[in-house]
Ligand binder design. Structure first.
Ligand SMILES: NC(=O)c1ccc[n+]([C@@H]2O[C@H](COP(=O)([O-])OP(=O)(O)OC[C@H]3O[C@@H](n4cnc5c(N)ncnc54)[C@H](OP(=O)(O)O)[C@@H]3O)[C@@H](O)[C@H]2O)c1
Length: 335
């Protein structure tokens, strides 16, 4: 019998999630049935969508997220003992998986990709869901051309830092917005962004005008709100906006969402294309993104960064720290 621990979300969050919204539940896992396998968790992801989806799900529920685990016992020939799997089993230290029971994208289970010697943990970041988000959300929707000017918000985060680096690889001029001077330094000095701007202290409209005097062609939007309105109002004719997320409002009451400046005149007169997406749209093609991203990392064109918190007991701290902007690159927890 294996004793497992998992985080259960007890209720809907009000504002920033609180530790008291969670309960750590211990349970004895039952013997395996056919097709099932038992895994021991090694890495767990903490992501903004854990906050964003909370209001849409009936509580209590087990805290989902992507995680990497090692198969310890198996009654499934496709997942023998010693296999590493990426699944959406979330914040638990041991669990039983039956891949046949997958009902939708969020029940996804797959064997860890061949990372060619890179850290397994990258399968939660650059070579995982966030990497696929950056790759398809940017390339398929913005369709960037060399020498175009690309703006990305949430630029120092998991998705944004990969979008900016892909844009550089594609020969674009890249401007990133992030929440501290240290992040700005990292983006410009280490990742080769042409310009990075601290959205918390800068006069955003003026700083962007100076950084992109000829206007912006593509905008990858991770944050929404007023910052996005300012950027959209500086897009060129036939500019493209890929709307990935709106983290600036995730902790807000859905009935009292913040107001932002009007963007419709820019959409009409500059004939902009604005498209939202969910990365599951390209689920069948994720491996294409992974193969290309691994190659970029191995040949030094892309530098993925991870923000690692140690310990199962620190998952909540890692989650709220990420929401508050403590992370550079992908926020993950080593169990
Ligand atoms: N559509 C999809 O399929 C899909 C898939 C994955 C992720 N997403 C979205 O992509 C976005 C980025 O996700 P991620 O996993 O890469 O997270 P992340 O950027 O690694 O972490 C979140 C970051 O958001 C920034 N932030 C927090 N509050 C903010 C605010 N009020 N205004 C502006 N920035 C704020 C913080 O950085 P600063 O220090 O810069 O503030 C923080 O580090 C999120 O909106 C997420 O929901 C969408």
């Amino acid at each position: 019998m294996v004793k497992a621990r998992k985080y259960v979300v007890k209720n809907h969050f009000q504002g920033v999630p609180k530790l008291s919204d969670y309960e750590i539940v211990e349970e004895e896992l039952p013997p395996l049935k056919d097709n099932e396998f038992l895994v021991k968790t090694e890495w767990i992801s903490v992501d903004p969508y854990l906050r964003a989806y909370n209001s849409q799900i009936n509580a209590p529920y087990d805290q989902f997220s992507f995680q990497i685990a090692l198969v310890q016992e198996s009654k499934n020939p496709d997942y023998p003992v010693g296999t590493r799997v990426v699944s959406h089993k979330g914040w638990c230290d041991y669990t039983i998986i039956n891949p046949k029971l997958q009902s939708d994208f969020l029940d996804t289970v797959y064997t860890l990709p061949d990372l060619k010697g890179l850290s397994n943990s990258l399968a939660l970041g650059a070579v995982g869901m966030p990497g696929a988000t950056a790759y398809f959300g940017f390339l398929e929707i913005c369709k960037p051309k060399p020498d175009e000017t690309v703006v990305v918000t949430g630029a120092a985060g998991a998705v944004g830092s990969i979008v900016g680096q892909i844009a550089k690889i594609k020969g674009c001029k890249v401007i990133g917005f992030a929440g501290s001077d240290e992040k700005v330094q990292w983006l410009e000095k280490e990742l080769g962004f042409d310009k990075a701007i601290n959205y918390k202290t800068a006069d955003v409209a003026k700083a962007l005008k100076e950084a992109a005097p000829n206007g912006v062609d593509c905008y990858f939007d991770n944050v929404g709100g007023e910052l996005s309105s300012v950027i959209i109002n500086q897009l060129n004719v036939f500019g493209r906006v890929s709307v990935c997320g709106s983290i600036s409002s995730y902790n807000d009451d859905l009935d009292k969402l913040p107001k932002a400046s009007i963007v419709q005149p820019a959409l009409v007169f500059r004939q902009l294309k604005v498209e939202g997406f969910i990365v599951s749209r390209w689920r069948e093609r994720w491996s294409e993104a992974f193969t290309e991203i691994i190659t970029w990392i191995l040949n030094g064109k892309m530098k993925p960064r991870e923000h690692v918190t140690e310990g199962f007991d620190n998952l909540f701290k890692a989650f709220t720290g990420m929401l508050a902007g403590e992370n550079y690159g992908k926020a993950i927890v080593k169990v």
